[in-house]
Design a protein around this ligand. Structure first.
Ligand code: HEM
Length: 581
C-alpha cells in the first residue's frame, strides 16, 4: 500500500491504516501520539466509513485475521493438540451447527464419542475452544473456578457494562467476599421465610386464570402459559429479591420484561460482524449497534431499579424497626454489607445479578414442567394426587417441599436434568493449566496423553446439557424424560457414572464449584411451590395432543415453544380440576 495514501492510527494497541489520507500528513508530525490515541471512537469510525472503500476494508480485515491466526498457530505448538471436528466456516466455526441443532447436547455427545472426553472445536474467527466431558477434568475445572478459570473478556465487558461489578463479574478474592456477603440470604432458613411469596405469586396467577376460565367454555380455555410463568418468575424475584413489586401478575407491563424479550429478536448482520470482530479488536465492542443499544437500555433500567431500592432502603433504615421485617435477599445483604465491606455499587449490582440469574431461568423451568405434564397425562395425575394427599385445601409445608424421595422432588430433578435453562458455559484459562483425565486419550498427532496441557487464554466449554443427558453418565435411557429414575434405588441415578459428578444432585444445571448457583434452593423451592398450587387447581393439555412438536426459540436463553406458534408461545388448554379426574 503506497505510504502516500495512508495514515496510521494507534487505537487500543492496534495500528489501523486509513486509506486516502496523505501520509505523512503534515499535521501528523506535530500531532502527539496521545492525541491520536485519544480520538474518540465515533470520530475514528466516521473517518473509517468515509475513507475506506469496501475492498480496502476486506483486505484490511483478512490481513488482520490471517496475522492473528498465524500468531496463534506458532504459539500453540507447546500445548496439547486435541482432536475435534473441523469447520470451513472461518467466521463462526461450529457455532451455526450448535445453534441450529434440535439438541445441541447431542452434537457435543457425538463429538465426545468420536474424539474423546476432552476435545477441541472451531470457534469464531478460526480460534478453537476446548470442550470438557471427563468427570475428573470437570472436577478440576470446578475446583479452579474464579482463580484459574475466569469469564472471557467479552462476557466481562458485557457484565461490567450491563450488570455492574456484582457477583457475576467478580473473580478470585472479590468473588469470595461478595459471595460471603450474599450467603446469609440464601440459607434454608432465609428461603423458608420467602416461601409465602412463592405461593402468593402462584395464587395471583390462579385468580387471573379463574376469571378467564369462568367466562370460557367448559372444556377449557387456551392460555399462553410461558407468559404467565414469566410473570410469576419476575414478580417473585422482585419481591423476594429486593422487595419490589413489578406487578406483572396484576396486569402491569414491565420495562425489564419487554427489554429481555426484545433481546430475543434476530441478531442483525451488523451486530454479528461487530461482535465477531470485537474478539480480536476490542474497539469494535464500542460500536452502538441496535443490540448494544438495547442492552444499554436494559442496563439503565436495572440501574434505576437498584438506585431506587437503595434510596429507600439504606442500611440504617433496614436495621431500624420500620424495615427490620425486610427478609428479601438484598434486604439481608444490606444488613451484612458493612461487615463484609460491600460497597453501595456492589449492592446495586447484586439486584441486577438476581434479575439476570433468577428471572428467565425459573420461568423456563416452570414452562418445561407444564409442557412435560401435558405430554404425560398419567404423570400429571400422579403428581397431582401426591400433592393432594398432603392436604386438599392447604399448601405443602416446608418439609414436604424440601423432602427427597417424593414424586414432586423426582419430577423437579428430571426437569432440571433434561431441560437445563443454560445449555453450556464458557470460561477462559487465566494461566497455563494441566487438565487431568480419568482415562488417557489420543491427541491430534495420534499420541496417547495422560493429561491435557492448555494455554493461558484458552476458552473452555462446559457442555451442561450434553453431560446432563449423556448416555455415558446416565445410562441408555438418558434422553428419556423419566422422573422414576430418581426414586429407583437399584436402577436409578445411584447406578450410573453421574455419581462422579458433584454439581447439584449430580447434575450441572446449576454449574459446580465456587460459582455453583447461589439461588438453587430458592429456585427449586419456588418451582415446587408454584407447581403445587397450579396442579391442585388446574388440568393442563396440549391442544394438538401430547405429541405436539416442541421447538426452541433463542432469547437471552433458549426457550421452549410450540412449533408453528409465534415467538416463544406455549398455548395450553387449561381447565379447572374438579376433584374427579
Ligand atoms: C432453574 C433456575 C436456575 C438455574 C438453572 C440457574 C443456573 C445457574 C447457573 C448455571 C449459574 C452459573 C453461571 C455462571 O457460572 O456463569 C448460576 C449462578 C447464579 N445464580 Fe442461578 N439459576 C437458577 C435460578 C436462580 C435464582 C432464582 C437465583 C436467585 C434468587 C439465582 C442466583 C444465582 C446467582 C447469584 C449466581 C451467581 C453465583 C456466582 O457467580 O457465584 N439463580 N445459576
Amino acid at each position: 500500500m503506497p505510504t502516500s495514501t495512508c495514515l496510521w492510527l494507534r487505537a487500543e494497541g492496534i495500528w489501523i491504516s486509513i486509506n486516502r489520507i496523505p501520509f505523512p500528513p503534515r499535521s501528523f508530525k506535530y500531532l502527539p501520539r496521545t492525541r491520536v490515541c485519544s480520538m474518540n471512537v465515533e470520530r475514528i469510525l466516521n473517518i473509517l466509513r468515509s475513507a475506506l472503500r469496501p475492498i480496502d476494508a476486506g483486505i484490511l480485515l483478512s490481513s488482520g485475521v490471517l496475522c492473528y491466526l498465524l500468531f496463534r498457530r506458532v504459539r500453540s505448538r507447546r500445548y496439547t493438540s486435541l482432536r475435534g471436528p473441523w469447520s470451513f466456516n472461518l467466521l463462526f466455526g461450529v457455532l451455526p451447527k450448535i445453534l441450529g441443532a434440535d439438541d445441541p447436547g447431542d452434537v457435543y455427545e457425538e463429538w465426545a464419542s468420536r474424539y474423546g472426553s476432552v476435545f477441541s472445536v472451531p470457534a469464531a474467527l478460526g480460534s478453537r475452544r476446548v470442550v470438557i466431558t471427563d468427570p475428573k477434568t470437570l472436577a478440576h475445572f470446578a475446583a479452579r473456578e474464579t482463580y484459574g478459570y475466569i469469564g472471557t473478556p467479552q462476557s466481562k465487558r458485557f457484565q461490567e457494562k450491563i450488570i455492574g461489578k456484582g457477583l457475576f463479574w467478580a473473580e478470585g478474592d472479590s468473588h469470595k467476599r461478595q459471595r460471603r456477603a450474599l450467603n446469609p440470604a440464601f440459607t434454608n432458613a432465609a428461603i423458608k421465610n420467602l416461601t409465602s411469596i412463592f405461593f402468593d405469586s402462584a395464587y395471583k396467577a390462579k385468580a387471573a386464570w379463574d376469571a378467564t376460565l369462568e367466562s370460557g367454555p367448559q372444556e377449557g380455555t387456551i392460555i399462553e402459559v410461558q407468559l404467565w410463568m414469566n410473570h410469576i418468575s419476575l414478580d417473585t424475584i422482585g419481591l423476594a429479591g429486593f422487595s419490589h413489586d413489578f406487578g406483572t401478575l396484576s396486569g402491569k407491563t414491565s420495562t425489564i420484561a419487554t427489554v429481555f424479550d426484545s433481546l430475543g429478536s434476530k441478531i442483525s448482520f451488523f451486530d454479528t460482524v461487530t461482535l465477531l470482530l470485537s474478539f480480536i479488536f476490542p474497539i469494535f465492542a464500542r460500536i452502538p449497534t441496535p443490540r448494544r443499544m438495547m442492552l444499554n437500555d436494559l442496563g439503565k433500567t436495572m440501574q434505576s431499579l437498584g438506585d431506587r431500592f437503595l434510596h429507600t432502603n439504606t442500611a440504617d433504615s433496614i436495621r431500624s424497626d420500620t424495615l427490620s421485617g425486610d427478609k428479601s435477599v438484598i434486604g439481608l445483604l444490606v444488613k451484612s454489607a458493612s461487615t463484609e465491606k460491600i460497597s453501595h455499587d456492589e449492592v446495586a449490582a447484586q439486584i441486577n445479578v438476581l434479575l439476570i440469574a433468577g428471572y428467565e431461568t425459573t420461568s423456563i423451568s416452570l414452562t418445561w414442567a407444564l409442557i412435560e405434564l401435558s405430554r404425560n397425562p398419567d404423570m400429571q395425575t400422579k403428581l397431582r394426587n401426591e400433592i393432594l394427599s398432603w392436604g386438599r385445601d392447604r399448601d405443602p409445608t416446608w418439609e414436604e417441599l424440601t423432602a427427597q424421595g417424593t414424586f414432586l422432588d423426582a419430577f423437579t430433578c428430571e426437569i432440571l436434568r433434561v431441560h437445563p435453562p443454560l445449555p453450556e458455559l464458557h470460561r477462559m484459562a487465566a494461566e497455563d493449566d494441566i487438565l487431568p483425565l480419568t482415562e488417557p486419550l489420543m491427541d491430534a498427532h495420534g499420541k496417547q496423553v495422560e493429561s491435557v496441557f492448555v494455554e493461558k487464554g484458552t476458552v473452555v466449554t462446559l457442555p451442561i446439557q450434553c453431560i446432563n443427558r449423556s448416555e455415558a453418565f446416565w445410562g441408555p435411557d438418558a434422553k428419556v424424560f423419566n422422573p422414576a429414575r430418581w426414586l429407583d434405588e437399584s436402577h436409578g441415578v445411584n447406578q450410573h457414572r453421574a455419581q462422579e459428578i458433584q454439581g447439584y444432585r449430580h447434575m450441572l444445571t446449576f454449574s459446580d464449584g465456587a460459582r455453583i448457583c447461589l439461588g438453587k434452593v430458592f429456585a427449586v423451592t419456588e418451582f415446587k411451590a408454584v407447581l403445587s398450587v397450579l396442579l391442585r387447581h388446574f388440568i393442563f393439555e396440549l391442544p394438538r395432543g401430547p405429541d405436539t412438536v416442541i421447538g426452541r426459540h433463542r432469547n437471552l436463553l433458549p426457550r421452549p415453544k410450540v412449533e408453528g406458534e409465534a415467538g416463544y408461545e406455549v398455548p395450553l388448554r387449561v381447565r379447572h380440576y374438579v376433584g374427579t379426574e
